[in-house]
Ligand binder design. Structure first.
Ligand SMILES: [Zn+2]
Length: 95
């Protein structure tokens, strides 16, 4: 049991540490989601992290981890619109 908790803590830490760990970010993050999307606009299977929000056309766009920020920045305007629309269409997070 203790081992499992340690592992979970390590996964959470890794999630925020590098850009290559998004597959580990499947879990719902603590905090209240204020973005228009509840699933990450980059990694559509991952719930957004309320602490990772970018502004886009006056809206708050949620991402699942900081690793997604540079990926979002690289998208064109049309790609951002499409990514956000897809993420919003996924609806609310299901635990
Ligand atoms: Zn993400």
């Amino acid at each position: 049991m203790k081992r499992y908790l340690l592992l979970a803590a390590l996964i959470v830490a890794a999630c925020q540490a590098t850009a290559d760990d998004e597959p580990m970010c499947k879990k719902r993050k603590p905090g209240t989601i204020v973005s228009v999307n509840q699933y990450c606009a980059i990694v559509l299977d991952d719930p957004v992290d309320p602490a990772v929000v970018v502004e886009w056309k006056g809206q708050k766009v949620g991402l699942c981890c900081k690793g997604c920020m540079p990926k979002w920045e690289k998208l064109s305007e049309a790609e951002r619109d499409a990514a956000l629309a897809t993420a919003v269409a996924k609806g609310e997070i299901k635990d």
